[in-house]
Write a protein that binds this ligand. Structure first.
Ligand code: SF4
Ligand code: SF4
Length: 314
């Protein structure tokens, strides 16, 4: 069918960026989106996912760049200039600076119960559309997953016909087709849109790009894979834990090391000279697996789920 991309940048790409946490299914949703675009709408382009040292709970960026077939694909890797931004967790907009690089007239889809006007403030959107959908509730009530309602709204706004996308969603997860289609329909029906004209309230904020475009003049040794673009070594995982890390009592710890066997990001556990000495908040994702396995010693329980009072002192 004849399909024309709603946006195109100077390289011919329409850029889609999904911001989520590991385990939300953003990666799978973006792969399906790319497959739908290329299989049915004559599109080409690129796909990229970037996530942290460990999977579940870590901030995850997924990019899809669509272009029309025949357009030279001259750029790969993540996009930092989205036309479409999908936000799985609005409380990460500030810490991850998701407002940077938004294209003029960008379309932002946010999983939230709040209004488009409130989200526009958080996104510092100069001009564009904000679509709010309570995807978490929809996923819970339909027994689907967070990625399906957000994918539904994204495809709808990309003007992919709903019937085609529904068919592809069913084929992708045949055993959960009923739940996913219920989530799909609920999301389309429940999304609330706000349109914002330029009003000088917010200025464009450039992406934090430090390297500039790569080409034959500045190609990296080893080819085109730019490890620094994909590295998340500087990313502070506090965005995932929301500052909620286990409370550690060194007096009760016998340094048995059991916590190390379950930690989803062992950098979160600080050890010195064979002794557990604390939690590194920059790596800990707050999953509390270590708390579950930490044994009760004669002096108590070394790791506890934080309460309001213990998290202050951590
Ligand atoms: S599991 Fe508990 S007692 Fe064992 S090393 Fe870890 S914190 Fe210490
Ligand atoms: S809560 Fe415990 S197991 Fe989970 S990431 Fe933090 S230190 Fe590791």
């Amino acid at each position: 069918m004849a399909y024309h991309l709603p946006f195109r940048d100077d390289l011919g790409f329409c850029n889609v960026f999904l911001s989520a946490l590991g385990g939300d299914g953003a990666n799978t949703a973006a792969k399906l989106l790319f497959k739908i675009g290329c299989s049915h709408f004559g599109l080409d382009g690129g796909y990229d996912a970037r996530y942290g040292s460990e999977k579940k709970g870590t901030a995850t960026d997924v990019s899809v760049r669509f272009c029309e077939v025949g357009t030279p694909v001259r750029q790969s890797g993540p996009t930092d200039r989205p036309h479409y931004l999908v936000v799985f967790h609005p409380d990460l907009i500030g810490p991850l600076e998701l407002y940077r690089g938004l294209q003029d007239g960008a379309v932002c889809i946010v999983n939230t119960v709040q209004t488009p006007a409130a989200m526009r403030e958080l996104l510092r959107l100069t001009h564009g559309r904000v679509i709010c959908v309570d995807a978490a509730r929809i996923a819970r009530e339909t027994r689907s997953r967070l990625n399906v309602p957000l994918l539904a709204v994204l495809c709808h706004l990309l003007q992919f016909p709903d019937d085609q996308v529904r068919e592809d969603v069913s084929a992708q997860w045949p055993r959960a087709a009923t739940q996913n289609l219920a989530a799909f329909d609920a999301a389309i029906g429940a999304s609330v849109a706000g349109e914002f004209e330029p009003d000088d309230r917010f200025a464009y904020m450039a992406p934090k790009t430090t390297r500039g475009p790569l080409g034959w003049r500045n190609m990296l040794n080893g080819g085109t894979i730019d490890a620094l673009t994909h590295s998340t070594r500087d990313r502070d995982n506090r965005v995932a834990a929301r500052g909620r890390v286990p409370h550690f009592d060194p007096a009760a710890c016998n340094s048995c090391g059991i916590c190390l066997t379950v930690c989803s990001d062992p950098g979160g556990l600080l050890w010195e000279d064979g002794k557990m000495v604390g939690i590194d908040e920059a790596f800990c994702k707050g999953c509390m697996r270590c708390v579950e396995v930490c044994p009760t010693t004669k002096r108590g329980h070394a790791l506890e789920t934080p309460t309001a009072s213990t998290s202050e002192g951590n």
